[in-house]
Design a protein. Structure first.
Length: 146
């Protein structure tokens, strides 16, 4: 099992607000542009998508209110888990970080290991940016226009 840990970021939301946004898998679908939602289904505990003919899902394995959510792969070609950590910094600030574990063979680890690490850091940076009213780096604002 390979482990990847993101950087820590200070998000300008309380742990409760941030946790509640991630606790319901249906919220992830709502964050996607409308044209990207086809083939994606979600309920409170699971989200499933068909990508290039493969059905891939993620399910909530554990919820620890306002401090941690653990997600696990459900039908992915390799086992993985993702832990979202919400640290209380008092008031409306949260120390947010992500830990991912993936059962990758040597070849897969060499091909995508660095990309996983960079992706986790980019998610944290994007969440910090959004919480402070900035557009995340690399996101085209026109994709949100209808």
């Amino acid at each position: 099992m390979s482990t990847y840990k993101s950087k820590h970021g200070t998000v300008s939301k309380s742990p409760m607000e941030l946790y509640m946004g991630f606790a319901d898998m249906r919220n992830f679908v709502q964050m996607l542009p409308e044209d990207k939602r086809q083939g994606i289904t979600a309920d409170y505990d699971t989200i499933k998508a068909e990508i290039q003919g493969f059905a891939i899902g993620v399910k909530v394995a554990e919820r620890c209110p306002y401090s941690r959510i653990v997600l696990e792969g459900d039908g992915a070609p390799f086992g993985f888990s993702i832990t979202l950590n919400f640290g209380d910094m008092g008031g409306v600030k949260t120390d947010f970080s992500i830990e991912a574990e993936a059962d990758l063979n040597f070849m897969m680890k060499m091909m995508i290991g660095d990309k996983i690490q960079k992706g986790l850091d980019k998610i944290v940076d994007g969440l910090v940016d959004v919480s402070e009213g900035r557009m995340p780096e690399g996101v085209d604002p026109s994709m949100f226009k209808k």
